[in-house]
Design a protein around this ligand. Structure first.
Ligand SMILES: *[C@@H]1O[C@H](CO)[C@@H](O)[C@H](O)[C@H]1NC(C)=O
Ligand SMILES: *[C@@H]1O[C@H](CO)[C@@H](O)[C@H](O)[C@H]1NC(C)=O
Ligand SMILES: *[C@@H]1O[C@H](CO)[C@@H](O)[C@H](O)[C@H]1NC(C)=O
Ligand SMILES: *[C@@H]1O[C@H](CO)[C@@H](O)[C@H](O)[C@H]1NC(C)=O
Ligand SMILES: *[C@@H]1O[C@H](CO)[C@@H](O)[C@H](O)[C@H]1NC(C)=O
Ligand SMILES: [Ca+2]
Length: 523
């Protein structure tokens, strides 16, 4: 019972924190409506959702079966590890099981039989989900804590790794770092990576079993020793650069670099007593949901935020479709006590139908508008076609082929634009969807021009012939558009000038004939 009370007291400051509801239905002067708050899921035992990997292959004891002894009984080396016998096997999953009172179950490595080659092992924990630590990481070692180890973390599902904390019985010797304690850190160094000697010294194998990453002590720098002033911590998490990220992980890796030595140098004649054995890894944290969810569920093998505030994604890290506002934002712990979801109320008019993923907010119009619409679209939602393009009737608005080029004939049309069925506006005489044909009675020559002559109405006269509707080719002696004019009527000189090089023989003869006729008639 005492244990339970202590446990409750221990958890109280973190459990009772605000930010446990995302919205509530409130009545205001304007009637009832939703009010939205920053919210986060409860802290959970993260070991229940982890996948583990132990490296290198073959580091787990028992295959083949082997004997080991302990530092307490160094000369009674009759314990056995045998992977094929359930009672004697020590597989990695025993680091995460629920233990019956008093009966430790543990993963165990092979012994250091290949000394002086280092006995190295990596234990990698992966969640495939960003997690925010809310309490200490506690690793429990049976048979002694390592004399040298290191904790690493990843924020990107194991693509990149960063040191989290160094542990050694002599930090200077092992890592070239001075030993520090979290208790000595200040507000400006609260996210410093330190090397600590607190968890590596030999203290008798059954006494001190735990190695910690002190999350609570770091919180206490801001919230006070009993974490009573959580408001101050939340304020700092918003304002201090890198502080939130310090407590966030997707993966953890323990690099075990040297086993417990029992307080002495390595005894080469009895290497059966050097190995690693981990009975429990406690990781307490909550799903990181960017303050947009208060529930986190385990679906298809992964943790997943149940996003509110019109956000979506594993971490509520983006806006829902139809809610792509000027940009997604995380919620904020501020202003106290309920924080802000930093979300837009209602769907913002920033649907871009997939032709843009960026919007900008035009303050003085109070509208959100898509920018850089692709696929020849334009408009607030990229819902129109650019000038010179028209809507493809058989394509949805979000189709890449939604806009078709007008392709108006440059000469035949008045401009590049066309109507909704792709018809261009034609100059006089031009016709066709693209204005590349001519009306009847028009001919094409760098545009449409009215016929000059044809076979029916505009007939070339005096024996003239129509050339491609463009002009009459007149016989000698005639001119005019339709060869309707005799050259002599208008210009006697031309008729008289026999030497004119422009006159053909025929013309000459005809002219002579006319001359003779005139003489005969007594002109
Ligand atoms: C443990 O992981 C580190 C990278 O974090 C790697 O460099 C090292 O080789 C690994 N050790 C073993 C024994 O797999
Ligand atoms: C990780 O989580 C994502 C999102 O829930 C899921 O699609 C993916 O399959 C998961 N990957 C693994 C290796 O479990
Ligand atoms: C989200 O969308 C719903 C439905 O359009 C709306 O009622 C609500 O106000 C929006 N905002 C937030 C913060 O949920
Ligand atoms: C119109 O859209 C449909 C559907 O995407 C596409 O198959 C077709 O090629 C488009 N038409 C033109 C002229 O681009
Ligand atoms: C486009 O113009 C053509 C020719 O003028 C016309 O037949 C058609 O109905 C017009 N389409 C629309 C949608 O206005
Ligand atoms: Ca266990």
């Amino acid at each position: 019972m005492l244990h339970l009370v202590a446990f409750l007291l221990h958890c109280l400051p973190l459990a009772m924190g605000h930010y446990d509801i995302c919205k509530s239905w409130v009545t205001t002067d304007d009637g009832p409506s939703w009010e939205f708050y920053a919210c986060q899921p409860k802290a959970m035992r993260m070991k229940d959702y982890v996948t583990v990997r132990v490296d290198p292959p073959g580091i787990t004891c028992g295959d083949p079966p082997e004997r080991f002894c302990t530092h307490e009984n160094p000369y009674l080396c009759s314990d056995e590890c045998d992977a094929s016998t359930p009672d004697l096997a020590h597989p990695p999953k025993l680091m995460f099981d629920k233990e019956d009172e008093g009966l430790a179950t543990y993963w165990q490595s092979v012994t250091w039989s290949r000394y002086p080659e280092p006995l190295l092992a990596n234990i990698t924990l992966s969640w495939n989900k960003s997690i925010e630590l809310t309490d200490d990481i506690v690793v429990t070692f049976e048979y002694g804590r390592p004399t040298i180890m290191m904790l690493e973390k990843s924020l990107d599902n194991g693509r990149t790794w960063h040191p989290y904390q160094y542990y050694a019985d002599d930090c200077m010797e092992a890592f070239g770092m001075p030993a520090r304690r979290v208790r000595d850190l200040s507000t400006t160094s609260a996210n410093r990576i330190i090397c600590t000697e607190e968890y590596s010294r030999w203290a008798g194998s059954k006494k001190e079993k735990n190695v910690r990453l002190e999350v609570r002590d770091r919180f206490a720098i801001f919230a006070g020793q009993d974490l009573r002033n959580m408001d101050n911590l939340y304020t700092r998490l918003e304002s201090a650069k890198g502080l939130k990220d310090f407590f966030t992980v997707t993966d953890l890796r323990m690099r075990l670099l040297r086993p417990a030595l029992g307080g002495t140098y390595v005894q080469r004649e009895n290497l059966y007593k050097y190995f690693y054995a981990v009975s429990n890894i406690e990781v307490t944290g909550r799903c990181k949901c960017n303050l947009h969810a208060n529930l986190c569920s385990f679906k298809e093998g992964s943790l997943q935020c149940e996003c509110e505030h019109n956000t979506t994604g594993q971490d509520c890290g983006k806006c829902k479709k139809n809610f792509r506002t000027r940009s997604w934002r995380a919620g904020s712990y501020l202003p106290l006590p309920n924080g802000s979801p930093n979300a837009w109320e209602g769907p913002q008019d920033c649907e871009c139908y997939g032709h843009s993923n960026r919007c900008s907010y035009i303050d003085f119009l109070n509208v959100v508008t898509c920018v850089s619409c692709k696929h020849n679209t334009r408009g607030q939602h990229c819902q129109h076609c650019r000038l010179g393009f028209y809507r493809n009737g058989s394509a949805e608005l979000d189709d890449e082929n939604v806009c078709i080029e007008c392709n108006c004939n440059q000469i035949g049309s008045l401009h590049d634009r066309c109507n909704e069925t792709g018809y261009c506006e034609c100059r006089e005489g031009a016709v066709g969807p693209k204005c590349d044909d001519c009306l009847p009675n028009y001919y094409w020559r760098q545009g449409c021009f009215p016929n000059v002559c044809d076979e029916e109405l505009l007939i070339c006269q005096n024996g003239g012939t129509c050339y491609q509707n463009q002009r009459c080719i007149c016989p000698a002696g005639y001119k005019g558009v339709l060869c309707e004019q005799s050259k002599c009527d208008s210009d006697n000189k031309a008729c008289n000038s026999a030497s004119s090089t422009y006159l053909s023989l025929t013309t000459f003869l005809i002219s002579a004939l006319i001359l003779q006729l005139r003489r005969l008639l007594g002109d």
